[in-house]
Design a protein around this ligand. Structure first.
Ligand SMILES: [Zn+2]
Length: 811
């Protein structure tokens, strides 16, 4: 961009005036005068006078020689600077009225051709007006085109992605429509059928509104296609049009990052948390130079429960009994019986023999039992309080008369074999890397925050094995272990994990019962307890007023009594605090999603946690495409564009999730996998999923390595385009890689405090700035690794920032 460039619409001048006249002068030969020879002596001195109501013309006057020219000049006639010597004499141009022409002729001057008269001037004026009008019309038409096609069009295509998945060909389209909040209309997408074909020749597909928390986000939809389209067009219900090129989502490059002989496929069955931890211990033992198992600082509350029973049928007659001891520490040996004494007028009495508790129920004069649930519960707690506590059912008054019950054992209901520890459980990580001293870029992968998700832990095990078993033979793997400090936690929530395997397959949370007395604390509620470990973190949590977590102790997204109340969560926080930790992957299932922050919003209004900067968002997208391409390599399973992006954009709000804590509190690039198609798929499917997502996790490590080695400075350019607003232009910045752009428009040096170039909106690229024509633009870019363009130093006197002008390019 040149500083002298003028906007296009000002550049072309009205045609014809000066140049046209010059041509006329050159072409017009000096014609001989037609006037009669003057009779000077006979006349009085002639004075050149012009009448105010006359127009002047440009006429040729021909004189014989220089002396005569001098006389002509002496008359005071208005000559232009044209003097041409011809065979007929000296031709000059006079700007004279008809009266003056007559006077000159009376003086004996030969007056030749009229070169330019008032009509000519009038014509010039009308030509000029026409030209200006044409330019204005052109400008209006251009502005209207712009308005229709881009800035002011009410529909904008955000993404148009063609991809293959399995044997399918799919086109996924996302678009924003200005009326999307109020109108429920779908949008119709017309496709071409390849390069050079007509729009519509590839068919059409509808895309529908994506509305979340009452807020319209965009339209989206995918459809099977039979050919790869080149372009699509959307005509909105108001008639506005948007056109976009289709890009290919996750094309698989020919060259594989896995060298010849690369070993994989190390998992052969689902693994319980106990087995997962055993596995990483064996691995670390086998590779002591490269790995170690680290016991994280916080132990869980343990796969353990009090022994319990609920006696009785209806709520009013129920008596709930809990042991004081843990089930495995004696609670399970306790029995309780409610006995009819078989005699009239007997009092309520409790006898404890060893661990057998016998309640002899009260009777009336007729021998009928009269003890209510409330009375029995009170008597049990009072008389057998060394062994149990008893209470009515969930706050019921317990006024119903109880029925006799034969001796019934209390039980913790835990069915795992004895090899599964009932004690508070350590959580283990395997730390992999040649240099495990904090000097290398840290990467954290952790799975099974949610107990029932059995495939994600396998992804972590498969990945750990690939790293260690390929190290000796694969240069690429060797490099990863040289440059990174890799922490892998196969199960964050071992208690819930064990419970899911042995007791209740659908368990999502940990096992800790936070329900208060009078609530759902009895044995019948045992599958409803626990804290959702992915809602118990510190940023944008339920406690901060964000959506997508429950305050109920039995809710499946229970956030816990307070942030980081759970040991499982404190362990993740401890890992994230490590100063070298830069990247993380939180592995969940299912749905084949790939997501990052923000993961939460507040309602009403769907007020999102802060969105990443444009640069960070681009970095997330760029790394994502690498990771998802690696996943796709395994069996051509494409994580779709619609399932890639910020959690709250593609899924739902999840207040207090771990990814948000890692990103907002610690600045870690934090991603989330939702692996596969279900929590506990058939083994064949689970195995495939473990293989493909391990590909993705290894690729995340390569992203981290490349980040670590990135010393390349970004470059950036200013793109200026016409703006629909008079006196302004549209300005965007283009960068060579994901990078932040800081800019000023007032001629000052840009610094990190200057304006940060932002995203145009959810899932859009860089914003389009509307800037006064001619504004000075100063800027620099900085990539995610901190490399600054042109070695500019924003904080000192360095002047190597970029300079440009908000003017349209010439040409
Ligand atoms: Zn989950």
């Amino acid at each position: 961009m040149s500083r002298s460039a003028l906007p296009r619409r000002w550049r072309r001048l009205p045609a014809a005036t000066a140049a046209g006249v010059a041509l006329l002068l050159l072409a017009g030969p000096a014609t001989a005068g037609t006037a009669a020879p003057p009779d000077r002596e006979a006349d009085a001195p002639i004075v050149l006078e012009r009448s105010a109501d006359e127009q002047a013309d440009v006429v040729e006057v021909v004189v014989d020689d220089t002396a005569r020219l001098d006389e002509l000049v002496a008359t005071g006639v208005d000559l232009d600077h044209h003097v041409t010597r011809t065979e007929a004499g000296i031709v000059v141009h006079a700007v004279v009225t008809p009266t003056e022409v007559a006077a000159l002729q009376r003086m004996g001057y030969r007056v030749g051709a009229v070169l330019h008269d008032a009509a000519d001037s009038a014509q010039r004026v009308s030509e000029r007006d026409a030209t200006i009008a044409a330019h204005q019309a052109e400008n209006r038409a251009y502005t209207a085109t712009l308005a229709r096609s881009a800035a002011a069009s009410d529909v904008k295509i955000i993404r148009a992605d063609y991809y293959t998945s399995g044997t399918n060909q799919v086109l996924s389209v996302e678009a924003k429509w200005a009326q999307g909040q109020t109108s429920t209309s779908a949008l119709t997408v017309a496709r071409d059928s390849g390069p050079g074909t007509e729009i519509g020749s590839g068919g059409t597909q509808n895309i529908s509104r994506f509305v979340d928390a009452g807020v319209y986000l965009y339209h989206r939809g995918a459809a099977a296609v039979t050919a790869r389209p080149q372009r699509i067009q959307i005509t909105s219900p108001t008639g506005d049009v948007a056109v976009a090129e289709v890009s290919e989502w996750l094309p698989i490059p020919a060259d594989s990052p896995e060298g010849p002989g690369y070993q994989k496929d190390f998992v052969t069955s689902y693994l319980t948390p106990t087995e997962l931890y055993d596995r990483i211990k064996r691995l670390a033992d086998a590779y002591p130079q490269l790995a170690e198992v680290v016991k994280l600082p916080y132990q869980t509350n343990g796969y353990r429960r009090k022994a319990q029973v609920v006696l009785g049928g209806t709520n009013a007659t129920r008596v709930a009994v809990d042991s004081l001891a843990w089930g495995h520490e004696g609670g399970n040996d306790i029995t309780v019986a409610l006995a009819d004494p078989g005699a009239a007028d007997r009092p309520l009495a409790v006898t404890v023999t060893g661990k057998d508790i016998r309640v002899s129920l009260a009777t009336d004069a007729a021998g009928a039992v009269t003890s209510t649930a409330a009375q029995v519960a009170a008597a049990l707690t009072a008389e057998a309080g060394a062994l149990v506590t008893a209470y009515t059912y969930r706050g019921d008054a317990g006024a119903g008369v109880v029925a006799p019950v034969a001796p019934t054992p209390l039980t913790d209901n835990l069915k795992a074999p004895a090899g599964v520890s009932r004690d508070p459980h350590p959580v283990y990580a395997i730390r992999i890397g040649k240099y495990r001293d904090g000097s290398r870029t840290g990467v954290l992968a952790y799975a099974q925050e949610h107990a029932r998700e059995w495939v994600p832990p396998l992804v972590t095990i498969e990945t750990a094995e690939r790293l260690l078993r390929n190290h000796a033979t694969d240069e690429n793997t060797k490099q990863l272990l040289r440059t990174l400090d890799i922490w892998i936690v196969p199960s964050i929530n071992p208690d819930g994990g064990h419970y899911s395997f042995y007791d209740y397959a659908s368990q999502r949370r940990n096992m800790t019962n936070h329900c208060a007395p009078g609530g759902a604390t009895d044995a019948l509620a045992r599958n409803s307890w626990g804290v959702d470990n992915n809602r118990n973190y510190t940023e944008y949590s339920l406690f901060d007023g964000y959506s997508g977590a429950s305050a109920s102790c039995t809710g499946d997204t229970y956030a816990g009594p307070s942030e980081l109340s759970e040991p499982e969560n404190r362990n993740v926080d401890w890992l994230a605090q490590r100063p070298n930790m830069k990247f993380s992957m939180n592995l969940h299932s299912s749905g084949n999603y790939f997501m990052w922050s923000p993961g939460a919003y507040a309602t009403p209004g769907r007020i999102s946690a802060p969105r990443p900067t444009l640069a960070d968002e681009s970095f997330f997208w760029g790394a994502s495409s690498r990771i998802l391409t690696a996943i796709k390599r395994h069996r051509n399973m494409a994580v779709t564009p619609a399932r890639t992006g910020p959690i709250s954009d593609v899924l739902y709000s999840a207040a207090g999730n771990s990814g948000d804590m890692l990103w907002y509190k610690y600045g870690i690039y934090a991603w989330n996998f939702e692996v596969g198609t279900s929590f506990q798929p058939t083994w064949d499917e689970a195995h495939q999923e473990a293989m493909e997502f391990s590909n993705g996790l290894v690729e995340l490590l390569r992203v981290a390595r490349d980040f670590d080695k990135d010393k390349k400075r970004p470059t950036s350019t200013l793109a200026v385009a016409p703006s629909p607003t008079e006196g302004t232009v549209s300005v965007r910045f283009d960068v060579s890689e994901p990078a932040a752009v800081f800019y000023t428009l007032d001629g000052s040096r840009p610094t990190f405090d200057s304006i940060l170039y932002a995203s145009g909106g959810i899932r859009e690229g860089g914003e389009t700035l509307t800037v006064p024509v001619g504004a000075k633009v100063h800027w620099f870019s900085v990539d995610a690794a901190g490399n600054i363009e042109r070695n500019y130093r924003p904080d000192d006197a360095s002047l190597t920032f970029n300079r440009g002008w908000a003017t349209l390019p010439t040409g």
